[in-house]
Structures are given as C-alpha cells and as structure tokens.
Design a protein around this ligand. Structure first.
Ligand code: GTP
Ligand code: MG
Length: 302
C-alpha cells in the first residue's frame, strides 16, 4: 500500500481516494496508522449535531449543507447510526433527507454504523474525521442520534455541539437533562411549526437556568422549521460565531486531550475482549482461591 500516494490523492480532492482511505482505516488495514500520522494539521472544525431520533437532524443538516455550499464551501458529513448494521432505516433516512447532496462535487456524505462499540460513536470516528480534514473540507458535520453514550462522546469530538430537540419532548427533556443539557453549545428547537413551540422554548430556557446558573445566557436557543428551511441562516451564524470563539480559548486543547484520551484507551484495550477475559477467569477459577485483583495483577500487569 502506497500511503503517501493515497494521501496525495486525498489532498488533491479525489473523493474515491477519500472513500477508500476511510474503508482502509475502518478495517484497520495493516499500516493504516502511517496514513494518519502523515495527515497535516488542519484548521477545519467539526460541527456535531445530536438529538433524539426523528428530531429532524438530517433535515437540518441538509439545509445547513445548502447554505454552506452556496457560500462556496466544501462540506463533509458523517452520519452515525447507533443501531445494528442491519437496520438500514436511519441510513435510508439520511439518503432521502440529504438526497440532493449525495452527488454534489463539494459534498461528501458517509453513513457509519457503530457496530456495538463501547460508547455510542463509531470506533474510528476520530480517525475518519481527520481523513476528512486531510481532504480540506471547509466544514465537517457529524450527525449522531442522542441515545446513551453517543451524545456525551460527540461533545469530545465536535468543536461545537448542536443539540436538536422538538416541542413535544416536554417530559423527555427532564430525563435527558444530565446528558444533552451539559454538552449543548446551541439548542435547536426544531419542528417549531408545532403550536406548542413557544411554550416549549420558554420551558427549555427555564430548565437551562439552574444548570447554567452563571452563564445560561450563553447557550443560545434557536427555533427552526428544518423541513421549510426556516431559521437555518440564524443557526448557521451562531455556529460559525461559536467556532470562531473556540479558537480563542483553550477548548481546542481540551478537545485534543479528549481525543487523545479516547485513542490511548482504544490502543491499550486493543487486545482485551470480554469473552476472552471470561475464558481466562473460568480457567483460573478452577485452580484455587480465585481473586480478581491477583488475576489482573498476574495477567494484565503493566
Ligand atoms: N413538521 C416538521 N417536520 C419536520 C421538520 N424537520 C424535519 N421534519 C420531519 O421529521 C422527520 C424526521 O426527520 P429527520 O431529519 O430524518 O430526523 P433525524 O433526527 O435525522 O432522524 P434520525 O436520524 O432517524 O434520528 C421527517 O419526516 C422530516 O420531514 C420540521 O421542522 N417540522
Ligand atoms: Mg438522521
């Protein structure tokens, strides 16, 4: 494998080379680290879009792509489907929602199944976004369904995290508070064509108040009707403003630390599997005096 040639092709804007490199990294093709280690630093930022299933994330992304492409930008989009790779529902949904962009030369869209990784995100998500950066996209958007861990993890990946909710989710908002509320840089209340939208926005602002007692004013709440492309320019302005601001504080370094932590964790855990652990424990149990701490000290000493 000539990794340098592949990287050159990616940097020259060869979409096929990009798609191929993603597959190679996904499959951990021998030597793929060489490619990643050669990717030069890039100023491209990651916009994370998360929220409950069906909130209108893909419709919103579709509208954001439209604005960015019109402004002459190149956009890379990753849609992460937390369900099994056999559930094609969400992938098909992305296809339909972003149909217009699948063949556009300035847009690249890829759906990734999480394949039951530890958290909610795709196990190679950091690496794949770095490949998109090598392609010199101006903007990279990552859509994840906010269930379980994924919404927490997206905050460690994205430079700006947009949380999309819908007016009817009144009860849900209480339960997701701990997760989604803390990670949101911007709240989008989509489907604001619904009659109870204003009440919902008011409730959301109130709910944000205790959580962000000091700076809740800093978390904007934007009303949109993604299906009619309403409210999208305002949202994009806020996102771009926040991206710019993230240059100025040390959030950058926290994000890099977060990503490094994740990558180190993956590397260290690489050869450890639960079924294998169970087998070893069973064997060791049959000997005598099983002790979990001694088992670990004996078998997994640093
Ligand atoms: N009424 C209304 N419907 C909307 C709006 N935005 C999206 N929808 C519809 O909501 C449905 C779900 O939209 P998606 O964009 O697929 O939602 P999603 O959050 O990406 O869904 P998943 O990726 O499956 O979690 C679709 O039928 C959209 O047409 C909106 O602002 N108002
Ligand atoms: Mg979607």
């Amino acid at each position: 494998m000539n990794w340098q040639e592949l990287l050159d092709q990616i940097q020259q804007g060869d979409i096929k080379a990009l798609a191929r490199s993603i597959s190679l990294v996904e499959n951990e093709h021998p030597g793929y680290e060489t490619l990643l280690q050669s990717v030069p630093a890039s100023p491209a930022k990651i916009i994370g879009i998360t929220g409950p299933p069906g909130a209108g994330k893909s419709t919103l992304v579709d509208a954001l792509i439209g604005l960015l492409v019109n402004a002459g930008k190149k956009v890379g989009v990753l849609c992460i489907d937390p369900s099994s790779p056999f559930n094609l529902g969400a992938v098909l949904g992305d296809r339909i929602r972003m149909n217009e962009w699948y063949t556009h030369p300035d847009v690249f869209i890829r759906s990734l199944a999480t394949r039951g990784s530890m958290g909610g995100l795709h196990p190679k998500i950091i690496e794949i976004t770095d490949l998109l950066k090598a392609f010199r996209f101006d903007h990279i958007i990552v859509e994840t369904v906010g269930v379980g861990q994924s919404e927490i993890e997206i905050a460690g990946l994205a430079d700006v995290t947009v949380v999309v909710v819908v007016p009817e989710a009144g009860d849900e908002i209480q339960t997701m508070k701990a997760g989604l509320m803390e990670i949101a840089d911007v709240f989008v209340v989509n489907k604001s064509d619904r009659p109870d939208a204003d009440t919902f926005v008011k409730n959301l602002r109130q709910m944000l108040a205790p959580a962000f007692s000091k700076h809740y004013n800093e978390v904007p709440v934007v009303k949109t009707v993604a299906s009619l492309k309403e409210g999208i320019p305002g949202l994009l302005d806020i996102i771009l403003h926040l991206l710019q601001k993230s240059h100025l504080n040390d959030k950058n370094f926290w994000l890099l630390a977060e990503r490094a932590f994740y990558l180190i964790q993956q590397k260290r855990m690489k050869d450890i599997s639960k079924p294998e652990l169970k087998k070893q424990i069973e064997t060791s149990f049959q000997k005598s005096n099983f002790n979990l701490y001694r088992f670990i000290a004996d078998n997994y000493a640093e």
